[in-house]
Design a protein. Structure first.
Length: 429
């Protein structure tokens, strides 16, 4: 359990990514606020109808700053290169929009043009990082500590054909199933992986490199600098009363998440305290595209009891049970999870070295079937057990990451169910 805290009133917390809705980032922001830190954010900017990237207008800026509870440097930091292109030339999104569900597997992209678009997007982002850091430098007084929290992730192409494909890869069963390998091996899939890299992984590198001057000045004046990022690389959950690693399959962004880890390791080797925290599966607006990703979360109920949650853990069990429709029990839900985790199919995919493994029709049937069955057991599809448990994980992750970052144990760490349950027991038990 991390206990250290180097951050105090007047230190600076920088959110490298805009705060939208509720997610993992809120936990860190809450901890920074409780510590009395000055909170500074950025914006990804907005796009006009012609896709021109612009800063926030006065109303948008006021709303974003109120949501963050701090100041925002109003320089657009939109990651990815899907809407960048040489003047008068098509963007890669334009190219993808010419594909159809019938021809996308055979369609070949002009990779020399893709590389030009990627170079323009990367230069745009790095130039904006330089402008952000120039403004930020004047907002950090000598002697202050700085916490940079990277929150950028994603990179899905906003093209109709991709949405249809994604629904089949991540939600399809039977005749609607589609192989993740078929996507990854296509030109469309290769393009998508490049954009994932730029958004999810390489932005962390640009942050670390772009803030070098600030880091050197702060440290020369006695301050300390930390970097955190949100990863995913499977989670250890309770299976047959022991913590075992498992993962959602197929997590296509996993390649970019491993590259994110690589950037943290490279920085660590240079003496920079940068840590990727691999977080548990939860339900968010962005994760809902992955049918079944929420299944491991149910096992958190078991961890709460195992880690000494006592009466408070009993209350969580009761609260989750009350979300089920008449005739259904929490024990029945847990039996479905136990049967899924105990199946030969699920065991096959608990292969850490092979991550991220491709999906299969057999896995989709078992995993998505279990997810659908559990959802139908609820009173309200908009009030699920996994919603309640997701909020608990978010509550635990903030303080765990904040305090660990004061004295981090390494560049890549996992927030498994054991440490999450221990943190929640510390807060409530």
């Amino acid at each position: 359990m991390p206990q250290a805290n180097i951050f105090r009133r007047g230190d600076v917390f920088v959110l490298f990514g805009e705060l939208f809705g509720r997610g993992y980032a809120n936990g860190l922001v809450n901890e920074a606020r409780a510590a009395g830190m000055d909170i500074i954010g950025i914006t990804v900017g907005r796009r006009d109808e012609d896709n021109t990237l612009r800063p926030l207008n006065a109303e948008e800026l006021a709303t974003a700053e109120a949501n963050l509870g701090g100041r925002i440097i109003n320089v657009p930091l939109m990651a990815g290169f899907d809407l960048d292109a040489p003047a008068g030339a098509p963007t890669v999104t334009d190219m993808v929009n010419e594909m159809t569900i019938k021809n996308w597997t055979e369609t070949r992209l002009d990779w020399s043009h893709v590389e030009k678009c990627r170079a323009i997007g990367v230069k745009r982002f790095k130039d904006s990082v330089a402008e952000v850091m120039s403004q930020l430098d004047g907002m950090i007084a000598d002697g202050r500590n700085v916490f940079f929290a990277h929150t950028m992730a994603g990179g899905i192409l906003k093209a109709k054909v991709f949405l249809v494909i994604a629904n089949r890869v991540y939600k399809g069963t039977g005749d609607r199933f589609m192989s993740s390998n078929q996507l990854i091996e296509s030109d469309l899939g290769k393009l998508m992986l490049q954009n994932f890299d730029e958004v999810t992984a390489n932005t962390f590198q640009h942050l670390i490199e772009g803030s070098a001057a600030i880091r050197e000045r702060v440290q020369a004046k006695g301050g300390q600098v930390r970097y955190s990022a949100y990863g995913y690389h499977g989670t250890e959950i309770l299976i047959n009363d022991s913590y075992q690693w498992q993962t959602y399959t197929n997590y296509t962004q996993g390649y970019a998440k491993m590259k994110l880890e690589g950037h943290a390791r490279a920085a660590w080797d240079k003496g920079i305290k940068a840590t990727v925290y691999n977080c548990p599966e939860i339900r968010t607006n962005s994760s809902d595209i992955f049918a079944g990703v929420e299944l491991p979360l149910v096992a958190l109920l078991l961890a709460l009891k195992k880690e000494g949650g006592g009466a408070w853990a009993d209350q969580q069990w009761k609260a989750c049970g009350e979300l089920l429709a008449e005739g259904h029990t929490l024990d029945a839900v847990l039996r479905i999870i136990k049967d899924f985790n105990g199946s030969d199919m699920a065991k096959t995919y608990r292969n850490f070295a092979a991550w991220p493994m491709p999906n299969s029709p057999e896995l989709a049937e078992v995993m998505i079937g279990a997810s659908d069955t559990i959802i139908k057991m609820h009173k309200d599809r908009k009030a699920l057990i996994t919603d309640h448990l997701s909020s608990l994980v978010l509550e635990a992750a903030g303080p765990l990451m904040f305090h660990e970052s004061s004295n981090p144990a390494g560049p890549v760490l996992w927030l498994n169910h054991d440490i999450v349950a221990k943190q929640l027991t510390k807060l409530h038990g």
